[in-house]
Design a protein. Sequence first.
Length: 256
Amino acid sequence: MTTDKINISHSVPQHIAIIMDGNGRWAKARGLDRTEGHKQGAETVKSIVKASGKAGVKYLTLFAFSTENWKRPQYEVDAIMNLLVYMLERETPELNKNNVKLMTIGDISQLEDKAKASLKKSIDTTSNNSGLTLIIALNYGSRAELLRAINNWANDVTAGKVLQKSIDEKTFEKYLYTHNIPDPDLLIRTSGEQRISNFLLWQLAYSEFYFASCTWPDFSDEEFSKALSTFAARERRFGLTGEQIEKNNDKPISSC
C-alpha cells in the first residue's frame, strides 16, 4: 500500500464503504415484495449521506448493484434501475445544495440509456462540489475491476505507453476505478452477513470492518454513530507495532 493512502489518524474515517445488505429480507419479514425493500433502502441512503457529511467523512462508497445482481429476477433488476433514476432525479438538487459530489465506479456502459443519462446529468451537476464525495458502485465487481486493470496495463505496454517492467502498487492503482480515491478506512455491512462479496478486494486490504445485525432499511443514524465510535476505538497498525504507531501518529508511514 502506498503511503499517501494510509490514514493513521482515525477519530473519523476519511472514507467509508458500505455493503447495503438486507433490503429483500426486510421486505419479506413484512410480507412485502422485495422491491419495497429497495425503496425503503433508498431512504436509508439519503439519511446516511447526510450523517456522513455531518460527521466529516470525505468519501462514502455504496455498493448499489454488483456484476452478479444481473442474475436476479428481471422484474427486480428493472425495479432497481427505475429506482436509481427516480432517486437521482429527486435527490440531485439536494446533493448539490449540500455540496455533495457524485461519482460512480463499475462498468456503467451496460446500464440502460435512461439510467446512464440520469447518472451523467447528476455527476455533471455536482462535479464542482467540494464536500462529501458520494461514490455509487454500479455494475461493480472487484474481480472484474482487477482483470480490467491488468488488461488495460497490458494494452498500454503493447501500445508503448508504459514500459514493460515489474508493475508496483502505485502504478497498478492507476488502472483501478478508484485511482483518485483513498482506500476505505471503514467497511460497514448490514444484515448480519460477514463477508465482502467481491467488493473492493484490493482497496479493503487495511480497512476496519463493522458488521451490523440490522438490515439496511433499518440502519439508523444511531447505528451509524455506533460504527463510527467502534472505529475510533480501534488501533490501526498496518503491520506495525503499537509503539511505532504511537511514535509516528502524526507522520505518514508505510506498511511493512
